[in-house]
Design a protein around this ligand. Structure first.
Ligand code: HEC
Ligand code: HEC
Length: 416
């Protein structure tokens, strides 16, 4: 048993050294960058821009933040069905920090076809519910009252999804696809029981059909730019050149004749660029206090296999923005899909079938009030207990930890 643990720990170290941690001989060259990234992370508050941005970048961040916090109304194109009127309505916190999460849940639904495949029930407005409508409208076509969508009785499954915090995702966006594919490859060699799957998705901004999905609980979206357009449409009902078609309320496309926002698309793409700027330059969550105990907990997390999926350190690729140029950061995620067994949400998006979920980054964990994709638990211990499928082994090892190691691990997780 001990021998196997050592093997896993060694594998984790190997993974870390190949993919993430700076190799010894690289240290001098990059030491200043690492040091400044560490300092920057320590000195940054939730919702602050990345440390080291230039004036022009800070201006873009500010303009983007304003767009992100602006509530739209039906005249701007909001709706006819939507979830909230602004990004910040869901992406706020801790405190007043713009870009976090209020813990707002959304609902998806679907059913299983006769051949066993997932049916997102688009003809009923699925799989994502827009739970608000813009209400009464009087337009040339007549009068109508738009209401929020509901789960149709024909659906056989529903799933809740918790709003994710957005801190530091610009770093993830700036990390080459090849990094994530290499991690998957190394996992397959050194830790095949937990090996992740790269999420292959279409990218409407490039026309590619095999981009790497990094964002969302199912890694269903390839970039912050695409997520900006996707969320503008699916959360707020605002169409853009990237996503030009309105969602049909509850799947009834004929109702769009009553849509009061006649301009198509509702936004010329400016909003999407601004959301993207804000998220690109939004700094990572500041790390909480560290001490000897959290250091030991970090080693325990590596030894029992947590960090095989929750990969500690990644590095961005070459980037024109100095603050994003080949910098190390600590998201505690591989951004790959894993079979989580009973923890899966049953929904299929692209190749992410029911049990496949993206490793949730653990940076900023100490500020999360509810955990896991549906916010089903409120403690770190309960979140670990819910790990199933490829996560079951790490869960079992957690269960066998002596009280000292367990305590150190939890202290470490609470320092993130
Ligand atoms: C009604 C609440 C709500 C609103 C409004 C909203 N979001 Fe989100 N956001 C979510 C939820 C829920 C998720 C998780 C989605 C999923 O994977 O199903 C999410 C995920 C994201 C992610 C992926 C985060 C990650 O870790 O991969 C990005 C990026 C994002 N939102 C950007 C935006 C932007 C930009 C806007 C405004 C245009 C916006 N969101 C508006 C609820 C919301
Ligand atoms: C096989 C890969 C894998 C391993 C191993 C793993 N996790 Fe996870 N972890 C995930 C995935 C995937 C999620 C998101 C699951 C969901 O919510 O549906 C997650 C979610 C979490 C969350 C919830 C985060 C949040 O913000 O909601 C915590 C906490 C967590 N893991 C801690 C751990 C710890 C501690 C260990 C080691 C005992 C561990 N994980 C091992 C893949 C893994």
């Amino acid at each position: 048993m001990f021998g196997r643990r050592i093997a896993v720990a060694a594998g984790a170290l190997l993974l870390a050294s190949c993919t993430a941690e700076p190799l010894a001989q690289e240290m001098p060259k990059n030491a200043d960058r690492i040091a400044s990234a560490e300092l920057g992370v320590a000195g940054t508050g939730f919702g602050d821009p990345l440390p080291g941005l230039g004036t022009a970048e800070l201006t873009k961040f500010g303009v983007g933040e304003t767009e992100f916090t602006t509530a739209e109304d039906p005249a701007d194109g909001l709706g006819p069905v939507f979830n909230e009127a602004s990004c910040v309505a869901c992406h706020l916190g801790p405190g007043e920090a713009v870009g976090g999460t209020t813990g707002r849940l959304e609902t998806r639904f679907g059913r299983t076809r006769a051949d066993g495949s997932f049916d997102p029930m688009a003809e009923f407005g699925g799989s994502l519910i827009q739970d608000h409508g813009i209400g009464f409208v009087s337009v040339p076509a007549g009068t109508f009252t738009f209401v929020g969508e509901t789960v149709p009785p024909e659906a056989t499954m529903t799933a809740r999804r918790r709003t994710q915090p957005l801190f530091g995702l610009g770093l993830v966006d700036a990390t080459p696809e090849s990094t994530f594919r290499s991690i998957a490859l190394l996992q397959a060699i050194f830790a095949p029981q937990i090996a992740g799957t790269p999420s292959v998705v279409p990218d409407p901004s490039t026309g590619s059909n095999h981009a790497l999905g990094k964002f969302g609980w199912k890694a269903q979206v390839p970039s912050l730019f695409v997520f900006s357009g996707d969320a503008y449409l699916n959360e707020m009902g605002i169409t853009t050149p990237l996503f030009p078609n309105e969602n049909c309320p509850q799947g009834k496309c004929e109702l769009l004749q009553f849509n009061p926002a006649a301009d198509t698309p509702n936004d010329d793409g400016t909003g999407v660029v601004r959301f993207n700027d804000f998220m690109t330059f939004l700094g990572p969550p500041p790390r909480g206090p560290r001490n000897l105990k959290t250091g030991i907990g970090n080693a325990v997390a590596a030894a029992i296999g947590c960090l095989d999926c929750h990969v500690q350190t990644l590095r961005t690729g070459p980037n024109a923005v100095a603050a994003l140029d080949e910098v190390y950061y600590h998201p505690f995620s591989d951004f790959l899909l894993h079979d989580m067994g009973s923890l899966g949400d049953g929904i299929t998006q692209n190749q992410a079938t029911g049990k496949l979920m993206r490793t949730q980054p653990l940076w900023g964990l100490r500020t999360q009030a509810a955990l896991l994709h549906d916010g089903r638990v409120t403690t770190i211990e309960a979140a670990i207990e819910a790990h199933d499928g490829q996560g079951a082994r790490a869960r079992a090892r957690f269960g066998r930890l002596d009280p000292f190691s367990r305590d150190a691990l939890v202290a470490f997780l609470k320092s993130l």
